[in-house]
Structures are given as structure tokens and as C-alpha cells.
Design a protein around this ligand. Structure first.
Ligand SMILES: NC(=O)c1ccc[n+]([C@@H]2O[C@H](COP(=O)([O-])OP(=O)(O)OC[C@H]3O[C@@H](n4cnc5c(N)ncnc54)[C@H](O)[C@@H]3O)[C@@H](O)[C@H]2O)c1
Length: 436
């Protein structure tokens, strides 16, 4: 029988001996591997309501995964998900309201972090320090400084981390990347990225109200500023308020900008970022973040531009969200449904390519495979997640201060004092910004 411990030891020896483990091969990063029934992986989920649960559901497809712990600050969510696991697996995970108690458990190998963005940094750093591998949802953090802290923690504690940007495991995105790399599009001078969604933008303000029964609201706020409870700033809709999220640019933008940066082989900061936006479509509505936003990221010989506008759910090339790589031979248009090449005259071939819609399942499988082989090069590493999260924050910060900005990622400063104030949040006592 191959015990879990024995499997991990054998994998480590194989790596030390220079042998190739399947998951270390580039192409295998894309696809699920069958894993031996006895190689138990014990996971805990922190933040169980929506995406955290979707993540866990794809972990539980794998018979070797046991969910031994759930943590949420909302008792109703917690009890509901415990019931779901009972139905799925007939097991009873331990329930927690404080993630630090869950992390104290020595038998947990990995945690899934499905909390709002303002919590990702502390929980990831603490999980790494506790020796857990981490599957953390995107955007990795709600500020530039938190991205840096998370990257440092993952490296310091040597953990396997997957960022929940599942497009990195999508077969048709990899085909798209290969097509771009082939050079057939000619010179790509501009990448357009857009997401026109109404969700979040249509909500009307509601008065503050008592904290719902069973909710530990102070623990929901965590490091964010103290305030009274308001339903609009809570479950789901928190992403449209600066203390917890960054609107569509951080919510959808990281998925799509990730593809733009990957496609163009961008590894660092742009020369300059120019953002402009406001609450132009629905000025009376509750969100603080921009319902209308344009951002240009400038490089030596091309531009990447982002745009979102609420009040319309249509967009270029008949797609309400997507990317267009504008090459001199043709335009490659992509989103989760397909990618296609629209030739300029007869300079490129017309192509239409469909996905297998396995992105998320393959992303989770890749993480499990990397955990077992101690392969730190997951399909979406903390560095990948950090780069595009920083891009999203750069765009928002430029629009918030109303200035074109240059960000120096070595000195960790902008060329603008107001923008500098938005690099790092002030954590509310007793929470401390991680020191690494
Ligand atoms: N990868 C994707 O495609 C995708 C899709 C949707 C959401 N997301 C990401 O997933 C994350 C969660 O989004 P959501 O839509 O599920 O939000 P949500 O508000 O529906 O759920 C968040 C859950 O976290 C819980 N929570 C908050 N603070 C907590 C704490 N300190 N400890 C434990 N639990 C806590 C909340 O009570 C809630 O149950 C976000 O970062 C979001 O960007 C990713």
C-alpha cells in the first residue's frame, strides 16, 4: 500500500534524483492526473459561501480529498455547507469561526481561501506560516503591498500555491497563447480588454441595519476599517467597495488582464498607466467603485487597454467581455466561450477554436498534482497572480487620483504622493500588516 507519507517521500526523492514526475512536465500542467486512492489530502475551506464552495466542490471530485474543516464567520453559511458535505460524502467536517484555529490543526495539508479580497493576504500568509499549501482566490489581494507580502510569504515558507485564475488551466487559452507566439498575427500593437457587466452596478443604497444573527461582523471586517453593518457592503456585493474590493477591474479584470499579460509575455510593470473613470451610468446606486472605467497601460511598442461600462451588456466583436490582440495580419478575439482570428484581408487564416470548459476542474487537479510532487510551478503561481492583481490596482489608483502614473516596483513608489497613499492599507487593530 502506498501511504500518503510514503508517496510524498518518494516524490521528493524522485525530484532530488533528477527524475521527471509527470506533473513537472509543462503540458501535463493542463490536465487532471488520476491519483492513488490512498494518497489522502486533507483540506480546510475558509470562506464557504460562493466561490469557496465551488472550489471545494471540484476538490471533492477527487476521492483522495477529504474536507476535514470549514470556517466561516456566518453560522448559517457554515451549517449549510456542512450539510452539503454530509450529503456529498457522508462526513462531518469540524466547524470554525476563526481561521487561526483551523490553521492550528496539524493534520490539514491545504486550505482553500474563498473569503473577500481584503482577507486574502493575512489568511494566505498565516496559512503558509502554518505549513499549509494554499489555493487562494483571485485577485490575490486588495492592494499592491499585500501582493508583495504574499509573494514573500510563499517563498519564505516554501509552499505550493495555486491562485484561482482558472483560465491558466484552460485548453483553448493555451492554444491561443501558442497561436500568438507563432507570430502569425504580425506585429501586435494593441491589446483591448473589456468587461461590460451590470452585476453589482444596479444595486440601490440601503440603510445600515443590525448585524444578522449568527454573523461575526467584526471578523468579517477583519483588517478593514470599523463600520456599522450594511447589507450592500456584505456577502457578494462587497466587491464594489474600496475597503474590500476593486470593482470590475479587480473582479473580472484580473482574469482577462492575466491573459493579455501572458499573451504579450509581460513580466513587469508598464512604463505608465493612465486611468479615468467614475459612477457615470448609475450615479445614485450603491457601489463606490467605477461603473465606467478606461485604463491604458503603456509599453515601449504596444498598449494594453482595459474598459468596463455598466448599463450595457454588449461589447466589441459581439462579446460583452473578452480580449482582442490587434496584429498587423489579423485580430485574435478571445473569451471563455471561444477564440477566433479575424484576418486583415488575406494576411492571416480565419480560425475559430472552442474550449472544453474544464478550466476549473483542471486547475484544481493541477494544484493537487503539484502538492503531491512538491512542484512549486503551479498553473497560476503567486507571481502570476501578483502581477495581474497589481495591474488592476494600478488602473484603479490612476483613476482614483486622476493622474497618469509611473510605478517603480523596486522602490515601491509612484511618481505621485496621493497615489502612494493607496499602495498599502492601514490594518485595523488588533490585525497587523504581515512583516516578512
Ligand atoms: N475564480 C473565479 O472565477 C471566482 C468567481 C467568483 C469569486 N471569486 C473570488 O472568490 C472570493 C470570494 O468571493 P465570493 O463571491 O464567494 O464572496 P461571498 O461574499 O459570496 O463569500 C465570501 C465568504 O467568506 C466568508 N468570510 C468573510 N470573512 C471571513 C473570515 N474572516 N473568515 C472566514 N470566512 C469569512 C463570508 O461570510 C462568506 O461566506 C473573492 O476573492 C472573489 O474575487 C473567484
Amino acid at each position: 500500500m502506498v501511504t500518503r507519507r510514503k508517496f510524498l517521500r518518494q516524490s521528493a526523492s524522485a525530484i532530488a534524483a533528477g527524475l521527471t514526475i509527470p506533473s513537472m512536465l509543462g503540458d501535463n500542467k493542463l490536465f487532471a492526473h488520476p491519483v492513488g486512492a490512498n494518497d489522502k489530502v486533507r483540506v480546510g475551506l475558509i470562506g464557504c459561501r460562493n466561490m469557496g464552495w465551488s472550489d471545494l466542490s471540484d476538490f471533492l471530485i477527487h476521492p483522495e480529498v477529504d474536507c476535514v474543516a470549514l470556517c466561516d464567520i456566518d453560522k448559517q453559511v457554515l451549517d449549510g455547507r456542512a450539510g452539503d458535505i454530509k450529503k456529498l460524502r457522508n462526513t462531518t467536517p469540524e466547524l470554525y469561526g476563526d481561521y487561526r484555529k483551523l490553521l492550528d490543526r496539524k493534520d490539514i495539508d491545504a486550505v482553500i481561501i474563498g473569503t473577500p479580497d481584503h482577507w486574502h493576504c493575512l489568511q494566505t500568509v498565516d496559512a503558509c506560516a502554518a505549513g499549509k499549501d494554499v489555493y487562494v482566490e483571485k485577485p490575490i489581494a486588495n492592494s499592491i503591498a499585500e501582493c508583495d507580502a504574499m509573494v514573500a510569504a510563499v517563498k519564505k515558507y516554501n509552499r505550493v500555491v495555486q491562485v484561482g485564475q482558472q483560465q491558466r488551466s484552460g485548453n483553448h487559452w493555451h492554444e491561443m497563447k501558442r497561436y500568438i507566439d507563432s507570430g502569425k498575427l504580425g506585429k501586435i500593437a494593441r491589446v483591448e480588454v473589456w468587461a461590460n457587466f451590470n452585476y453589482g452596478a444596479l444595486s440601490l443604497p440601503v440603510p445600515d441595519s443590525p448585524v444578522p444573527a449568527g454573523v461575526d461582523f467584526d471578523m468579517w471586517l477583519g483588517p478593514a476599517p470599523k463600520r456599522t453593518f450594511n447589507k450592500e457592503r456584505f456577502h457578494g456585493s462587497w466587491r464594489m467597495f474600496w475597503d474590500y474590493g476593486g470593482g470590475l477591474l479587480t473582479d473580472w479584470g484580473v482574469h482577462l488582464l492575466d491573459m493579455a499579460l501572458w499573451g504579450m509575455n509581460v513580466k513587469g510593470m508598464p512604463k505608465r498607466v493612465i486611468g479615468a473613470g467614475g459612477k457615470f451610468a448609475y450615479p445614485q446606486n450603491s457601489p463606490e467603485t467605477f461603473d465606467t472605467l478606461s485604463v491604458v497601460y503603456e509599453y515601449d511598442d504596444f498598449l494594453i487597454q482595459w474598459s468596463n461600462v455598466a448599463g450595457t451588456e454588449t461589447g466589441p466583436y459581439g462579446r460583452n467581455y473578452g480580449l482582442a490582440f490587434k496584429g498587423t495580419n489579423g485580430t485574435l478575439v478571445a473569451n471563455r466561450e471561444s477564440w477566433e482570428v479575424i484576418p486583415e484581408g488575406n494576411k492571416a487564416e480565419a480560425i475559430n477554436s472552442l474550449p472544453n470548459f474544464q478550466d476549473h476542474k483542471d486547475h484544481v487537479a493541477n494544484f493537487l498534482s503539484c502538492m503531491k510532487s512538491r512542484n512549486f510551478d503551479t498553473a497560476c503561481t503567486i507571481d502570476n497572480g501578483s502581477l495581474c492583481a497589481k495591474y488592476a490596482h494600478l488602473g484603479n489608483i490612476s483613476a482614483r487620483v486622476g493622474a497618469s502614473l509611473v510605478y517603480d516596483d523596486l522602490k515601491k513608489t509612484f511618481n505621485n504622493k496621493e497615489a502612494d497613499k493607496l499602495i498599502k492599507p492601514t490594518y485595523r487593530n488588533p490585525w497587523k500588516f504581515p512583516q516578512l
